[in-house]
Structures are given as C-alpha cells and as structure tokens.
Design a protein around this ligand. Structure first.
Ligand code: SAH
Length: 268
C-alpha cells in the first residue's frame, strides 16, 4: 500500500501527468485539495472510489484517512495543486507517514509558475540577460525568513515568481521599489490554464492599481522580471550553428569557401 502524492497541475485537467492520471483512475481512495484542484481532475476516479476533499480537514484528519487506507491495504491518490515541491505541505504529511511506517511516493506536476509563463508566452530566462528564476512569496500571516526578504532577492535581478502574494501586492511593490526603478516590468496571471484565466501586464508603478481595479486577490502568480522588456537578447548557444555540443557538431562558417567544396560538418 502506498500514498501517492500527485501534482494535479495548475487547473486545466489535461495538465496532470499521464502517470498521475492513471493513479487517480486506479486508486480506491482519492483525496484532493478542493480549494484549488478542480473537480474535473478527480472525475477520472473509479465510480466506487472513496473521495475526500481535504479543504476542510486538518493534518490529523488527513493522516487518519491514510492510516485507515493502510489498514485496509488500499492505495491512496493524494492530489494537490501544481507541483508538490512548492508550498504543498508535502513535508509535514510525509513526516507523519514515515512515523507511521506508511510508504509514499511523489508524482511531479506542472507548477502554476510554469503555466503562468506559458500563458504569457514568455521564456523566463534569456541568454546572457537573465539566467536565474527565484520562486518565493511575500511575508504576510506566514512569515518568511529574514534572509529571504524581497529586497535581497531583488538584488540579483533574477526573474522573481511570487506565489501566495496577491493580497500583499502593495507591500511587494514597496519593498521591490527600494531596488528597482518604477518602470520595472511586472506581469500577473490569475487562474493560469483555467477557463477564467486573466493576464495583467504592467510595471512596479502601476501593477497594484491594475490588480485592484481587476479585483485580483487570489490564485494569482506575480512575475517580476526584466525579461518582459528585453527583446534584443542574443541567440542561445543551443542552436548556434558554430557551437558544438553532445548532440551536434558546430559548423565552420568559412568566409572564402572554394567553389564546390563543402567545408561544413553539420550533423543532424
Ligand atoms: N504547489 C503549487 C503552489 C501552491 S501555493 C504550484 O506548484 O503551483 C498556491 C499559490 O499558487 C497561489 O496563491 C497562487 O500564487 C499560485 N497558483 C496556484 N494555481 C495557480 C494558477 N492556476 N494560476 C496562477 N497562480 C496559481
């Protein structure tokens, strides 16, 4: 018997992995976080599967479901939003399971920061201009360690994806404005991959007002990055004709080629 922690993806029921979907289809017990995982994701469950919505349950009640399934020898599909590596409460659940001697496994999912980048049609790294992505949140009711404060994260000028921060946008803008100029680009994606998806594009100067006007207060990804404003970036090395790597030999670009002689060595 195993508890499978399955990343459900950001909302679109087709964005769960094939492996995750198969487990939802076959496990006799399915538990999902009803606040963020759409019902369509768990409609794949067997008609006689026991379905639990964890939205109104506490950790003890959730652990109780795992314990009962363990006693019955029944696998559990535990479906949570996005990917389990980010703000998922995976660690506190698996700590309980380890203490109880119950096996568990994690099936990754598409995170909402990835779905937001897809909705924006934006690569979050650009050759030479930006090579790092920071995933974080503003500190609110849930504290963030002082060393991870937004001002210090911003000092890297990396792409910054902020989860769980929509209601704290004014604080976010205040802190980032200590490092960045007012025209620094900020995009917000609400409900990425859902039918109700909305996109706001703005800057530090106007994004809080735009979010307020649109009434965006939850299920939103805030992406702060210069990549939104850079279009003169260089081409990557990956497809550079003169660059060699494990899968492809670079072509020698000759300026004065002998007529008829092919001096290139392009493979594939
Ligand atoms: N593990 C999840 C994150 C859970 S924390 C993941 O990998 O995506 C919940 C936060 O995720 C929300 O406050 C919001 O910031 C973000 N989020 C979740 N679903 C989203 C969606 N469809 N669109 C935009 N942001 C989303």
């Amino acid at each position: 018997m195993t508890v499978y922690f399955i990343g459900a993806g950001p909302g679109d029921p087709d964005l769960i992995t094939v492996k995750g979907a198969k487990l939802v289809e076959t496990c006799p017990v399915v538990m999902y976080a009803g606040s963020l995982v759409p019902k369509a994701v768990i409609e794949r469950a067997k008609p006689d599967a026991r379905i639990y919505d964890s939205a109104s349950m506490d950790l003890d009640q959730i652990t109780q479901v795992y314990t009962e399934a363990h006693a019955n020898g029944e696998d559990v599909a535990r479906v949570q939003t996005g990917d389990l590596s980010i703000y998922s409460s995976l660690a506190e659940q698996t700590r309980r399971l380890d203490a109880l001697g119950i096996d568990w496994q994690v099936i990754p999912g598409v995170s909402s920061f990835q779905a937001s980048a897809a909705a924006l049609g934006q690569e979050l790294t650009l050759p030479e201009a930006c090579q790092t992505i920071i995933l974080s949140r503003a500190s609110g009711r849930t504290p963030v360690p002082e060393k991870e404060n937004l001002k210090s994260l911003a000092s890297h000028e990396a792409t910054l994806c902020l989860f769980l921060s929509a209601t704290l946008i004014r604080k976010v803008v205040r802190e980032l404005s200590e490092v960045y100029p007012p025209h620094w680009p900020v995009c917000v994606v609400e409900k990425a991959s859902h039918p109700q998806q909305r996109i706001l594009r703005g800057t530090l100067a106007d994004i809080a007002e735009k979010m307020h006007a649109a009434g965006i207060r939850s299920t939103a990804m805030i992406i702060v990055s210069k990549v939104f404003a850079i279009d003169d970036f260089v081409d990557s090395k990956l497809y550079d004709p003169t660059f060699s790597h494990a899968c492809r030999k670079g072509r020698v670009v000759e300026e004065n080629k002998d007529a008829g002689a092919d001096k290139t060595s392009l493979e594939n």
